[in-house]
Design a protein around this ligand. Structure first.
Ligand code: ADP
Length: 507
C-alpha cells in the first residue's frame, strides 16, 4: 500500500511526462508539416524548371541558335558547349533561380538571381545541382548571402529533345518555411490551451482519486449521528497509507467513544436504580408514619427508618457527585505535604473502634514514615473506604491488619489485609468498576451496605495523587488492598529518610 504522497508524486510525474510527450508530438507534427510543405515547394521548383525548359524548346523550334561549341582549355581541340547571347538574352528575362546544364553536366547558364549570389554560394549550388537526379527528390542548399536569409530548394528537370541541353535545375527559396520564433509561438499558442486543459483534467482525476477515500470517511462519519451508531466502523483498507491510518485512528476513537457512551448509559441506569430503592423505602416509611392507625412509637420508628434512607441517599448523591467531578477533571484536591504516618495512626484508631463494634481484631503491623503531596481529607477517605470494606466483608472474630511501608523507588504503600469472605478470581477484575458488588442481591436485601462506588472513588483518589490501588484476594480466605503513592522528594535530606519503627501495634 503506497503512501498518498508517493501516489500523487508518481501520478503528477506521469502527467508531466504525458504533457511533455504531447508537446513533443505537436512539435513533431509541426516539423512533419514543414516536410510536407518542402515537398510542395519541390514541386514548385520542378514546375519552374519545366517552364524554363518549355521556353528553351520553343526558342529552338523557332530555329534560334541557343548553344555554340567553342574550344575550351586543354587539350587544344577540346570543344565545350556555351550558351549563345540569344539564349542568355532570352533567359535573363525570366526571373528566379535556375541553371542550365549540358550533357557533360557543365553549367552553361545561371539565372540573374543566382549570378547575384556570392561565389561561394554559387559553387555550393552548382555542386548540389550536379548531384541532383533528374526527376528525383528536391534538395536544400544553404545560402550564406545575408539578404537571402535561408536556403534554396533545388529540383532538376531533364530534357531529351534538345541536342546539347540535357537539364535545367530550378530553385525556390525556403525562407517562408523556416520554423521561425513566430511559427514556434504560433504552435505554442495553438497547443497550450490543449495542454492546460489536459493538465487540469489529469490533475482533477488524480486529486479526485486521492481524496475519494477521504470522502468515504466523511460520509461514514456523518452517518454516525448519535451514540447508538457508534458501533459502526470504517473499512480497514482505504487505499493509501495515510488515509488508512486516519481510518484506524478514527476507528480507535469511535471505539473509545462507544465504550464511554456505554459506560455513561450504564452509570445513569445504575444510579437511577440505586436511587429508586431508597426512595421506595422512604415512601413506604412516610406512608407508614402518616397512617391514621399508626401508634406513636410505630410512626417514630418509620420516621427513623426514613431518616436512615435519606442519609443513604445523601451518601449516594455525594459519591455520584465526587465521581462526576472526577470525570470532569474537577477533582478539587488541596494538595500540601502530608505526613502519612500520623494519618494512618489516626485511621487506625477509628478502625479499632469500628472493629470493636464488628467483633474483629484490628492491628497495625508496620508504620514507616513518609511524606506525600496530597489532600489529607481525601487520603483519609481512601484509607477509611478500604478499612470499612475490610470490616464489612469480614465475619465476626476475624482480623484486619493495616501497614504503612516504604517501597523502593520513592513510593509508599498502605495495605489493608483482612481474613474475610474474599473475592473470587473471576470477580476480582471488576471490583473497581462503578456499582459493582460481588453479590448484588444480598447487598440490596435487609442488610444493604454499599452502592459499589467506594472502590471506584478510592481508585480515583489514588490516581489523582499519582498512585494506584491494587487488590489481591482468595474466596473464603480474605483480601489484601494496597494503595501505592509516590512520596514527596525534596532536596532536603529529611524527606528522603524513613524511620523504620517496625512496631506491631495490636489491639
Ligand atoms: P460497597 O460500597 O458495595 O462496599 P465498594 O466499591 O467499596 O462498594 O466495593 C465493591 C465490591 O467489592 C463490594 O460490594 C464487595 O463485593 C467487594 N469488596 C470490596 N472490598 C472487599 C473486601 N475487603 N472483601 C471482600 N469483598 C470486598
Amino acid at each position: 500500500m503506497a503512501t498518498l504522497r508517493a501516489r500523487l508524486t508518481v501520478a503528477y510525474g506521469l502527467a508531466l511526462v504525458g504533457n511533455t510527450i504531447l508537446f513533443a508530438g505537436a512539435l513533431y507534427f509541426a516539423h512533419n508539416a514543414r516536410g510536407l510543405q518542402l515537398r510542395q515547394l519541390g514541386r514548385v521548383a520542378s514546375d519552374q524548371g519545366d517552364r524554363t525548359l518549355f521556353l528553351i524548346r520553343a526558342a529552338a523550334r523557332e530555329g534560334r541558335t541557343l548553344t555554340e561549341r567553342r574550344p575550351c582549355g586543354e587539350p587544344r581541340d577540346r570543344l565545350c558547349v556555351f550558351a549563345t547571347a540569344d539564349l542568355v538574352d532570352l533567359l535573363d528575362r525570366v526571373p528566379g533561380y535556375y541553371l542550365v546544364y549540358d550533357r557533360d553536366d557543365r553549367q552553361i547558364y545561371s539565372s540573374v538571381g543566382i549570378r547575384q549570389l556570392s561565389d561561394e554560394d554559387r559553387l555550393a549550388i552548382d555542386r548540389a545541382a550536379v548531384r541532383l537526379m533528374p526527376d528525383g527528390e528536391a534538395t536544400e542548399v544553404p545560402v550564406t548571402e545575408k539578404n537571402f536569409g535561408g536556403a534554396l530548394l533545388l529540383a532538376a528537370r531533364p530534357d531529351s529533345a534538345l541536342r546539347f541541353i540535357t537539364r535545367v535545375v530550378a530553385g525556390v527559396p525556403t525562407t517562408l518555411l523556416e520554423l521561425t520564433p513566430s511559427v514556434l509561438i504560433g504552435t505554442m499558442i495553438v497547443v497550450f490551451p490543449f495542454l492546460i486543459l489536459a493538465s487540469i483534467g489529469v490533475s482533477y482525476a488524480i486529486a479526485g482519486q486521492a481524496i475519494e477515500p477521504i470522502e468515504r470517511i466523511i460520509n461514514e462519519v456523518e452517518a454516525i449521528t448519535d451514540g447508538r451508531s457508534l458501533h459502526r466502523r470504517l473499512p480497514s483498507n482505504l487505499g493509501s497509507e495515510e488515509v488508512s491510518r486516519l481510518g484506524t485512528t478514527l476507528n480507535a476513537m469511535m471505539g473509545r467513544l462507544e465504550a464511554s457512551f456505554g459506560a455513561l448509559r450504564q452509570f445513569t441506569a445504575d444510579a437511577s436504580h440505586e436511587l429508586k430503592t431508597p426512595l421506595t423505602v422512604l415512601r413506604a416509611d412516610v406512608e407508614r408514619a402518616m397512617h391514621p392507625n399508626a401508634a406513636g412509637n410505630e410512626a417514630m420508628q418509620a420516621l427513623e427508618e426514613a431518616l436512615q434512607e435519606t442519609a443513604r441517599m445523601a451518601d449516594l448523591v455525594d459519591s455520584l457527585l465526587t465521581l462526576a467531578r472526577a470525570d470532569e477533571g474537577r477533582f478539587d484536591l488541596h494538595r500540601e505535604p502530608v505526613a502519612l504516618g500520623p494519618l494512618v495512626r489516626d485511621v487506625y484508631e477509628t478502625a479499632v473502634i469500628l472493629g470493636e463494634h464488628a467483633g474483629q481484631r484490628v492491628s497495625l503491623s508496620v508504620l514507616e514514615e513518609g511524606m506525600v503531596n496530597g489532600d489529607a481529607p481525601r487520603l483519609r477517605q481512601l484509607f477509611l473506604n478500604l478499612i470499612t470494606n475490610a470490616i464489612k466483608y469480614t465475619p465476626r472474630g476475624g482480623s484486619v491488619e493495616l501497614s504503612l511501608s516504604r517501597l523502593l523507588g520513592d513510593e509508599i504503600a498502605f495495605t489493608v489485609r483482612d481474613s474475610g469472605v474474599g473475592i473470587s478470581a473471576g470477580d476480582l477484575p471488576y471490583v473497581f468498576d462503578r456499582f459493582w458488588r460481588a453479590d448484588r442481591a444480598r447487598s440490596r436485601g435487609s442488610e444493604r451496605t454499599g452502592f459499589g462506588l467506594g472502590l471506584a472513588i478510592s481508585q480515583w483518589i489514588a490516581q489523582a495523587h499519582g498512585g494506584r490501588v491494587t487488590a489481591q484476594s482468595r474466596l473464603g480466605r480474605g483480601s489484601v488492598f494496597t494503595v501505592v503513592l509516590p512520596v514527596l522528594v525534596r532536596d532536603g535530606a529529611e524527606d528522603r529518610e524513613t524511620s523504620r519503627e517496625g512496631r506491631d501495634i495490636s489491639n
